[in-house]
Design a protein around this ligand. Structure first.
Ligand SMILES: Cc1cc2nc3c(=O)[nH]c(=O)nc-3n(C[C@H](O)[C@H](O)[C@H](O)COP(=O)(O)OP(=O)(O)OC[C@H]3O[C@@H](n4cnc5c(N)ncnc54)[C@H](O)[C@@H]3O)c2cc1C
Length: 591
C-alpha cells in the first residue's frame, strides 16, 4: 500500500525562498508568513496522510455504484468528505461574503496539491464544486450568489460542469441540449450530457449542475451557447430544498482510473434551469474560469507524479539487488540497495527534477492569478493566460511520465498491485485528456495565446528571462550551469515563435504541425527558469545559514535539470522547423 507525506519543506522553500511571498506586494500575501503557511500545510498534510491517502486504494478497488438513480461513493468517502468540509478546506480561497476564508489562491493551490496527491478521485468532488462556485461568483446575479454560494463554499452542496455530449467533446459548437424559455423566467433544459465528473453522488445534500445549452432561435455554433444553473433539488427562496428536478444520472462510465470519482451520463428531461449571465454568452463565462480550471488539472498531473516518486524512492532505498559498480555500499547485506545504481538514479532524478520544477511553476502561476485579481494587473493576467495551456499540457504529460518512471523504479512490483504505483499511472492519464486534450492546449497556445495582444505577453515572458539572466550574472559557476543553458533554451523558444509568426499567417498547417512540440519547448524553458530561480534562491539561503543538506540537494537537482532535461528544446525546435510536410505527407488512405 503506498503512503504519502506532504512535501511541506519543499513547498515552504518555493513560497518563501523562491517567490518571497510576504514581500510580493500582493494584497493578502503580507499575512503569509512562514509560521502561518507551515501551520496550514502541516494540517493539510495530516488530513492527506491520515485520512485521504488510505482511501485512495479503496476508492480504486470499489469504484462507484449506481443504484436506482443514486450513486454510492466508495466506503469511507462520506466520512472523509465531512472531515474535509468541517475543517474548512473547501473554503480556503472563497469570498468571505459567502463563508469563505479569503486566503490567496496560491494557498489553496498548495493545499490542492497535497489533497490531490493523496487522493485525486476524492478531491475532484470538491474541485468540481469550486469550479461551479467560481462560475456563479463571476457571472451570477446577486440573488443567485446569495442562494447558491454559501452552500457551495461549505460543500454542503456539490457542483458540476456539463459540457460534453455523445457527439461532441472538443467541438462544443455541436452541442444540442436545448433550453426553452418558460413564463416564470426559468428554462426547460432537455438533453444528454456524458462523462460528467461528480454528476451524481452521496456526499452532498444537493448538486448544482452548470449546463451549457442552446436557446432555440439563437446563433448557430459556439456563439449560440448559454450557461444554466440546474439543481438536482430545486432550491426555495430561503435556500431550503424543494422538489426533485427532472434530471438524473442514467449511467456510470467504466474507465481506466479515478474509479472513486463518479463519471456520469446525465439525462435532462425539461429540467428547471436558470440562466447565468447573458443569453448566448455561455462560452465567455466558461472562458473566464479556464485559467484556474486548467491550472488545477496541471496540478493534478504533477501531484500524481509527486506521490508516485515518493513511493518509488522509498522502494529504491529498501530493495537490494546487485552491487554498486564503484564498490560495495552495504557490506553487511547480501546486496546493495538499488538506489546505488546510476540507471536507477537517473530515473529518480528525472522524477525529482520534474516534480519540484512543476511545483514551482504552478505556484508561480497561482501567484500570477492572485496578482491579476488582487492587484487588477492586466500584464499578470496576460502572462498567466499565455502560460495556462503550457501548465495544463506540459505538466500533465510530464506528470504522467513521472508516474511511469516511478512505476519502472521498482521493476515488477511497479506493475503488480500491492505497491500501488500502477494506480497513479492510471489515475494520472486522464489529466492529459479532460479540460481540453493536450493537443487542444497546444492549439490554444499557438493559435490564440501566442499572438494575443500583438504578441505582447510572449515578449514579456522573454523579457522576464532576459532580466533574470542580466540580474544574476557575476557568479561563474552559476552562469555556466544555469544561465547559459537557460539563455540557449530561450533562444530556441524565440526561434520557434518566430517560425510560427512567419509561417502561421500563410500556412496554418506549418504552425499546427509543430504546436505540440512548441508547448513542450515552452514548458522546458519555464521549468529551466524555475530551476534557475530556485538554485539562486537556494544559494542565497545557504549564505544566510539555511538547511544546507536540503539547499545543496536543491541546487544539484537544478543542475541535473539544466544538463539533462533542458536540452530537449533543441529536438523540439528541429521538429518544429521541419514544418508540416513530414507530418502531412500521407493521404488518409495511405495509413
Ligand atoms: C473521466 C472523464 C471525466 C470527464 N469529466 C468531464 C466533465 O466533468 N464535464 C464535461 O463536460 N466533460 C468531461 N469530460 C469530457 C472531456 O473534457 C473530453 O473527453 C475532452 O474534452 C475531449 O473530448 P472528446 O473526448 O470528445 O474528444 P474529441 O473532441 O472527439 O477529440 C478526439 C481527438 O481528436 C483531437 N481533436 C479534436 N479536434 C481537433 C482539432 N480541431 N485539431 C486537432 N485535434 C483535434 C483531440 O485532441 C482528441 O485527441 C470527461 C472525460 C472523461 C474521460
Amino acid at each position: 500500500m503506498p503512503s504519502y507525506t506532504a512535501p511541506v519543506r519543499d513547498m515552504q522553500f518555493v513560497l518563501h525562498e523562491m517567490l518571497e511571498v510576504s514581500q510580493a506586494g500582493i494584497p493578502g500575501y503580507e499575512d503569509l508568513d512562514r509560521d502561518t503557511t507551515q501551520a496550514i500545510l502541516d494540517e493539510a498534510g495530516k488530513l492527506a496522510s491520515g485520512v485521504l491517502a488510505p482511501l485512495n486504494a479503496v476508492g480504486d478497488a470499489q469504484g462507484c455504484r449506481l443504484e436506482n438513480g443514486v450513486v454510492c461513493t466508495p466506503d469511507g468517502f462520506r466520512a472523509a468528505f465531512d472531515q474535509l468540509r468541517r475543517g474548512g478546506w473547501t473554503a480556503l480561497d472563497c469570498d468571505p461574503e459567502y463563508g469563505g476564508q479569503g486566503l490567496p489562491y496560491l494557498m489553496s493551490t498548495a493545499v490542492g496539491e497535497i489533497l490531490s496527491a493523496a487522493n485525486m478521485a476524492f478531491n475532484m468532488y470538491a474541485g468540481l464544486t469550486h469550479g461551479a462556485y467560481n462560475a456563479i461568483h463571476a457571472h451570477g446575479s446577486p440573488e443567485q450568489k446569495a442562494m447558491y454560494l454559501p452552500k457551495l463554499v461549505s460543500c454542503d452542496w456539490g457542483g458540476t460542469m456539463n459540457l460534453t455530449e455523445p457527439h461532441c467533446g472538443t467541438d462544443l459548437g455541436l452541442i444540442r441540449t436545448k433550453a426553452e424559455p418558460q413564463d416564470d423566467g426559468s428554462y426547460a433544459i432537455t438533453g444528454t450530457k456524458i462523462w460528467i465528473s461528480a454528476g451524481e453522488h452521496d456526499l452532498c445534500d444537493n448538486i448544482i449542475h452548470l449546463v451549457l445549452a442552446r436557446i432555440p432561435g439563437g446563433p448557430e455554433g459556439i456563439k449560440g451557447l448559454s450557461l444554466f444553473i440546474v439543481p438536482k433539488f430545486l432550491v426555495n427562496e430561503d435556500s431550503s430544498l424543494g422538489a426533485r428536478n427532472t434530471l438524473e444520472c442514467v449511467g456510470l462510465e467504466h474507465k481506466m482510473g479515478i474509479h472513486g470519482n463518479a463519471t456520469c451520463v446525465m439525462s435532462y428531461e425539461g429540467a428547471e434551469g436558470w440562466l447565468i449571465g447573458e443569453p448566448h454568452k455561455g462560452m465567455r463565462a466558461m472562458f473566464t474560469m479556464m485559467n484556474e480550471a486548467r491550472l488545477g488539472v496541471g496540478l493534478q498531473g504533477y501531484a500524481q507524479g509527486a506521490v508516485a516518486y515518493q513511493n518509488a524512492l522509498a522502494f529504491a532505498k529498501e530493495r537490494q539487488q546487485g552491487r554498486a559498480v564503484t564498490g560495495i555500499a552495504a557490506p553487511d547485506a547480501p546486496a546493495d540497495p538499488i538506489i546505488v545504481h546510476p540507471d536507477v538514479r537517473r530515473g529518480l532524478m528525472d522524477q525529482k527534477a520534474i516534480t519540484e520544477g512543476a511545483r514551482a511553476f504552478v505556484f508561480w502561476g497561482a501567484s500570477l492569478i492572485d496578482r491579476a485579481q488582487r492587484c487588477n494587473d492586466p500584464d499578470a493576467e496576460g502572462l498567466i493566460s499565455l502560460l495556462t495551456p503550457v501548465i495544463k499540457g506540459f505538466l500533465t504529460d510530464k506528470g504522467f511520465e513521472t508516474c511511469v518512471l516511478a512505476q519502472q523504479t521498482p521493476g515488477g512490483a511497479g506493475f503488480t498491485r500491492d505497491l500501488g504505483l500502477e494506480q497513479f499511472v492510471r489515475d494520472a492519464r486522464i489529466t492529459m485528456i479532460y479540460e481540453g486534450t493536450n493537443g487542444i492546449q497546444s492549439l490554444d497556445l499557438v493559435g490564440r495565446k501566442l499572438a494575443a495582444d500583438g504578441g505582447k505577453h510572449v515578449m514579456a515572458f522573454f523579457d522576464l528571462v532576459k532580466t533574470f539572466i542580466a540580474e544574476n550574472k557575476g557568479d561563474e559557476a552559476f552562469e555556466a550551469q544555469f544561465l547559459t543553458p537557460l539563455k540557449s533554451a530561450s533562444k530556441d523558444l524565440q526561434a520557434a515563435a518566430m517560425f510560427f509568426m512567419q509561417k502561421g499567417m500563410t500556412s496554418p498547417d506549418e504552425a499546427l504541425a509543430g504546436s505540440y512540440d512548441f508547448m513542450h519547448l515552452f514548458g522546458h524553458v519555464c521549468l529551466g527558469l524555475m530551476w534557475a530561480r530556485m538554485a539562486r534562491a537556494a544559494g542565497k539561503a545557504m549564505g544566510s545559514g539555511g538547511d544546507t543538506a536540503f539547499l545543496q540537494a536543491k541546487i544539484a537537482t537544478g543542475r541535473y535539470y539544466m544538463a539533462r532535461q533542458l536540452p530537449a528544446t533543441k529536438l523540439h525546435l528541429a521538429r518544429i522547423e521541419s514544418g508540416a510536410a513530414p507530418v502531412m505527407a500521407l493521404d488518409p488512405a495511405a495509413f
